[in-house]
Design a protein around this ligand. Structure first.
Ligand code: MTE
Ligand code: MO
Length: 259
């Protein structure tokens, strides 16, 4: 079974590719890669190469073999930015993914919805959608990489999470921001990632109100992390020093899973 899954990309054994790539990495990068879960998704994050066939797998290995001190410095810099793309690169239609099918996705009425804010914050007031929509908006066209082996480029806009954390007086020395979703999905985000300039409270997809498929009314978009660390249908945020686990994290996926 495992063998079949590792060969889902024609002519490419994913398990072997990940092993070969790790072998080519300089020590620091390899340690970071292995402790981060060593998946094909992580390789895609590190190299920006998407593996779809044998030729792109070779290309990825060639890129890894050129990793040097500059690459390491970038990877270990918390301000490293995920690559951005232009409108014409957007994947249409953008894929839907969740631990269930689309017809089972939460149906949330935006008028009733409010974001609960708790934990190590000065202001524990809940935020309505109308209030969030009034905050300054930023946009990004970035690549979403799923650990299951697909990636797609999309366009998301909303409120920079670091701006919001400032606004509610969050203790930014706390270890995590933990998100809870309407479908019982959860995910903890480390504070440096929560404060990363590209981490976003997303309210729109491709210029339109965020569709139900992609997490209406709000998702957290983190282009420096694998897709499963991008919670959709968010209903609550807690600033905390406790590691509270998450849907995939509790099933063995590495909580770091990113750059
Ligand atoms: N609430 C919630 N968020 C979630 C998930 C989920 O099942 N429920 N799946 C995650 C995974 S594994 C992926 S790849 C992305 C998919 O997001 P998309 O539907 O916008 O492509 O959502 C992530 N966030
Ligand atoms: Mo995913």
């Amino acid at each position: 079974m495992l063998r079949i899954k590792s060969l889902l990309i024609p002519g490419v054994d994913k398990t072997l590719l990940v092993k070969d790539a790790a072998r080519l990495m300089p020590d620091l990068t390899r340690r970071r890669f292995l402790s981060g879960g060593a998946s094909l998704g992580a390789l895609t994050l590190l190299t920006g190469c998407d593996v779809i066939d044998g030729a792109s797998a070779e290309n990825l290995l060639a890129k890894v073999s050129k990793f040097n001190d500059a690459v390491q410095a970038a990877i270990f810099d918390p301000n490293t930015l995920a690559p951005t793309y232009s409108e014409k690169d957007i994947t249409r239609p953008f894929p839907f993914n969740a631990y269930y099918s689309l017809d089972e996705a939460p149906e949330i009425d935006g008028k009733d919805w409010a974001l609960e804010v708790s934990g190590l914050v000065d202001s524990k007031k809940s935020w309505t959608l109308a209030e969030l929509t009034q905050l300054p908006e930023v946009g990004q066209i970035t690549r979403h990489i799923c650990v299951e082996g697909w990636s797609a480029i999309g366009s998301w806009s909303g409120v920079r999470l670091s701006d919001f954390l400032k606004l509610v007086g969050a203790d930014t020395n706390a270890k995590y921001v933990w998100f809870r979703c309407a479908d019982d999905y959860t995910s903890p985000i480390d504070m440096p990632t929560a404060l990363h300039p590209q981490t976003q409270m997303t309210l729109k997809y491709d210029g339109q109100i965020l569709p139900r498929a992609y997490g209406y009314p709000m998702k957290i978009r983190i282009p420096t992390k694998l897709g499963f660390k991008n919670p959709k249908y968010v209903v609550a945020m807690e600033v905390t020093n406790d590691y509270k686990g998450g849907y995939w994290e509790d099933q063995g996926y590495n909580s770091f899973s990113g750059l």
